[in-house]
Each structure stands twice: as C-alpha cells, then as structure tokens.
Ligand binder design. Structure first.
Ligand code: F6P
Length: 555
C-alpha cells in the first residue's frame, strides 16, 4: 500500500495554516525585532547565514523543524551517510560525501568500505597530474602538455567549470596554473567544438573525456571530434599520450581506444550532478591547479559534510536552507529562486545549481511512485551582482516576488590599484550586497517618496512594496577550501528539500524521453536524406514535426 504523502501530516497542515499569519506580516516591521534577527542567524565553520529577511518568524522555523521531524529528515541524512540505497529506482547508495572523506574514514556500500577505493583513485590523480605538470609525461612530439580540454556535459561539466572559474583568479591557484589552459567542451553544437579547439595546439593538449556512462551522445561525438583533431595532426599514436578518461564504464573507455591505465574511475553511487569531488572534477582541475590545491577543496567539502551530518537541524546550515526552500516554494508558492553571488568568480555557480537542484528535485511522484498532490523543486537562475542589478532586478523589486539567495565574500581574491592607491571596488560590490536585501525587504512607501518631493504622478511608479524574501550567505574569502564548503552546502540543501518532499532526489528519469526521441529523429532524417525524400507522418512524426523537419531539410 502506498505511504501517505507528507502533505497529509498534521505538521504540514500546521504550516499551511501558518501561511495566513505570515501573510499579515511585513518584513520592514519584523526586522525591527532584534531578538528575531538574532534567532535567524547561524554560523558554522566561518560560513555565516542570515535568514532574517525570509517571510518567516521563529514560529515558522519551529513548524518547519517539526515538519522535518515528521518527514524523517534526520533519519534520511543518516541513511545517506550510511550507504543505504536511498536512490531506490536505481537501487544505488548516494555516497558522494565519501569522495572527500579522510583516508581513515569509513563509508560502506553493501558492507564494503569504499574509502580505500576513493583514495586509490585520488592517489592516481595526484601522481598523474604531477607527471603531466612537471613535464615528465609528454605528448607525441615530446612537448609538455600544458593545455587540457575537458569533454563532458551536464554533471560531467557544469560543476568543474564552476570551480575552475571560481579559482581562476585566486592568487595561489592562479600561481599554480601559470602557463596552463583549461577549456571545457560540452555542447554538441559544432560551434562549441571549434570554439574550444581553435586556439589550442594539439601537440601540447591533453583531452580528458568525462562521462559517467561513456554513452552520452553529445560527449561521445565530441570525443570522436577531438580524437580526429589529435590524430590527423599527430598520427594514430597520439591517443595514448593525449587522451585520458573519467568514467564508471571502463569497458566502454577501452572500446573507444583509451588505455584503461589512463582511465580514472568512479562509482555508481556518485550521481552526475554530485560528482564534482570525484575524478570528474578532481582530474581536470588537479591537472590545471595542482592536486594540493584541489585537496583543500575536498577538505572544505568534508567540513560541510561533517556539519550536515552532526549539527542539530535548528543550527544546521544546509538543513535550514533546504527547509526554507520548501517553505518558499511549496507553502508560499514562489516557484523561482534567484541565486545572486556578489562575486564575479562565482559566475558559473547558478548554472551548476540549476542542474543540481532542478534535476534532483523536479519530480512528480513520491518515493513509492504515487503522484504528489503538490509541486516539488524550484526554478533556479542567477547572475553575479552587480551585473544582475542592471539586468533583471527590476522584476524582483517591483514585479514578481521571488526568494533571492545573496552570496558574498568578505575579502576579495584580487584588488585593483590606481597610481599605487587601492581602488574600493570590492567595498562598492559589498555595499550593493548589503543594500539589495534591505531594498527587497523594506521597500519604499508613498509617504517617503512624497517627503522627498516626488511628483504625485510618479509616486506609484517609484514605490517599492518591499516584503520580498531573501537570505544572505557570507564567506570570509573565496579559496579552494571555502568553495568546497559552499558547494557541499548547496548539495545538502537540495537533498534536504527532497527529503521533506519525500521524493528521490538522486535519479533523473525525466531527461530520458527527449534522448530517445532525438535518436528517432536522427535515424529518420538520415533515412530521408539517403533516399532523397521528405519526411512524412508515416515516419512516426506528427504534422507539426514533419513540417519543421522538411523546412530544415530544405535549407
Ligand atoms: O542529462 C542527463 C545526464 O544523465 C546528467 O544527469 C548527467 O550529468 C549528464 O547527462 C551526463 O552524463 P554522463 O556523465 O554519463 O555523460
């Protein structure tokens, strides 16, 4: 018999009833209560979270914590860390925290400690990256391999790209990457392949093919393109020295022609979007920034894992963020969340969170397969501040209400000097980070505008209703370590929301149908081209697709 969805629990109903009370509140008033603010700030390992600008009171938090209890969140966190097969539809454990655990830690899958295997791969990455970086491993022409092109898509690209961008201006990482280039090739669009390869010299390029399954159509096509680009210029022998792989499917890696010695494995208990701390991210990023830098990234992730695993939910950063996410989306009905890092280095953070969150939590059924009577997941989007302010902030201030997550770093990775004087750009950035949440929360009313002498006909246009929710995250600095903390924080925030909703956040069946249909289109378009005929409805397409395909074929 199907288990009742969490929405039938008394704790859920209590929150539904509480919505009415919260709708009577105004953030500009709530923020006058300092005891409330005090209760809505939590700090762990240097990561400071202020959620006092949520449409919420300490009562809301209490009710959310009761809901977490009813949903068994603490037990689910334990199940994750103890290797239970919580990805039930694929019968897999979800053990990404094991990827950044110290050597002496124990994480079991089916009674077997996986940590020694994790470290076997990490040691291999360390040794290999050192050989390449020192120039001991050279390419076909004897030149050192200073450039890496990482070929992969989705979870096999977005996280590593985000980390790469975040570290590219961090002084220590930057020093380690001097004279080296790291490029990502994801899209099957030929323009992306040309963009990625046109400035590279094959003689100095190492291609890392990253694919959990080693069957993803886009990645395999791009891998063949890169192989041809290398062998046409350097000869067939180039593959052995210029192509390596990261995958769980080592047979397919070998069948492709890459020596299994040059393959770096991971495991089915690592979901693609949770794989940044596996060889997926660690190999290309260690080649570029060195293993010691990336080891600090793993250590940062591990500190957040420990916090998530052990802190009581009321003081647990990822758990609180996950619960507030449920509050905003399911109870208050805000289906979109803005991820707003006031840090240019985090420019690829929102695209990574899009996949992490939307592929994990965009589900329609409970764990047991019964349709859910409420919607799960949220649309995540974002752009670094202050750029975003000059783009879409108009809508979030005066148009739709959507929860915003402001992220900033107290000390800048870089400073700018003019005639020997430090320019206050970081201070300027931070002022905006502090001002925007208050503008959203407190707004500006007609009386204030009139007091400023604003003409009457402009008063309604210039008024800000306020009462728009946000939270603020402040990190001391952006290093490999704090970046790891930030990433693990979001991984666990996503898991927590999924635990409350009672869904499987670790499968992704929703991406399959499009792939199957693309295969059908490919075979029919090839057939029609070969036979010199138009596509028809007899090929299995509806009238709309037939017309569109024939328009394409005619160009
Ligand atoms: O698009 C779906 C997906 O399966 C993602 O979950 C995954 O990260 C991506 O494709 C790439 O898959 P792979 O690493 O197997 O190439």
């Amino acid at each position: 018999m199907a288990a009742s969805p969490i929405s039938s629990a008394a704790e859920w109903k209590a929150l539904e009833e509480h919505v009415g009370a919260i709708k009577q509140t105004q953030l500009r008033e709530l923020l006058k209560d300092d005891a409330r603010t005090e209760a809505m700030v939590v700090e762990a390992d240097g990561v400071y979270l202020d959620f006092s600008r949520q449409n919420a009171t300490p009562d809301t938090i209490k009710l959310l914590l009761e809901l977490a209890d009813a949903a068994g969140v603490e037990d689910k966190v334990k199940a994750l860390f103890s290797g239970q097969h919580i990805n039930a539809t694929e019968d897999r454990a979800v053990l990404h925290p094991a990827l950044r655990a110290p050597r002496d830690a124990v994480f079991e899958d089916g009674g077997k400690n996986v940590v020694p295997e994790v470290w076997e791969v990490l040691d291999k990455i360390k040794a290999f990256s050192e050989r390449v970086r020192s120039g001991e491993w050279v390419g076909e022409t004897g030149k050192p391999l200073t450039n890496v092109v990482a070929v992969g898509i989705g979870g096999s690209a977005l996280g590593p790209l985000f980390v790469h961008t975040a570290l590219s201006m961090q002084p220590e990482a930057m020093g380690q990457a001097e004279g080296r280039q790291l490029t990502f090739l994801a899209n099957v669009d030929p323009v992306d392949a040309v963009r990625a390869l046109h400035a590279l010299d094959p003689a100095t390029t190492l291609a890392v093919i990253v694919s959990k399954t080693f069957t993803t159509a886009e990645t395999m096509l791009n891998a063949r393109t890169v192989r041809a680009w290398l062998t046409e210029r350097l000869g067939q022998g180039a593959v052995a020295k210029h192509m390596i792989a990261v995958s769980t499917n080592l047979k397919a890696v070998e069948a492709f022609g890459i020596d299994p010695q040059n393959a770096f494995g991971f495991w089915d208990w690592v979901g693609g979007r949770f794989s940044v701390s596996s060889a997926v991210g660690m190999l290309p990023l260690s080649l570029h920034y060195s293993f010691p830098v990336m080891e600090r990234f793993l250590q940062g992730m591990h500190t957040m894992d420990c916090h998530y695993r052990s802190a009581p939910l009321a003081r647990n950063l990822p758990a609180l963020m996950g619960l507030l996410n449920v509050w905003n989306t399911t109870f208050l009905g805000h289906s979109t969340t803005a991820i707003l890092p006031y840090q240019q280095a985090l420019q690829h953070f929102a695209p990574h969170i899009q996949q992490l969150s939307m592929e994990s939590n965009g589900k329609g059924v409970a764990l047991d397969g019964t349709p859910l009577p409420f919607e799960t997941g949220e649309v995540d989007f974002g752009e670094p501040g202050t750029n975003g302010q000059h783009s879409f902030y108009q809508l979030i201030h005066q148009g739709r209400t959507l929860p915003a997550e402001f992220i900033a770093v107290a000390r800048s990775q870089q400073d700018v000097y003019l005639q020997g004087e430090k320019v206050s750009s970081h201070e300027e950035l931070m002022c905006n980070f502090f001002a925007q949440p208050d503008a959203l929360a407190c707004g500006k009313d007609a009386a204030a505008l009139r007091a400023e002498g604003v003409p009457e006909h402009l008063v309604p246009h210039k008024a800000f209703t306020g009462n728009r929710p946000s939270l603020s995250l402040l990190l001391p600095e952006l290093t490999a370590h704090t970046l790891g903390q930030l990433l693990a924080l979001y991984e666990h925030r996503v898991a927590t929301s999924g635990f409350v909703w009672g869904i499987n956040s670790f499968d992704q069946w929703g991406v399959e149908l499009g792939k199957v249909l693309a295969n059908q289109v490919r075979s029919k378009v090839q057939e029609a081209r070969a036979e010199g005929r138009p596509v028809t409805q007899a090929d299995g397409f509806n009238g709309s697709t037939v017309r569109l395909l024939n328009r394409f074929l005619a160009v």
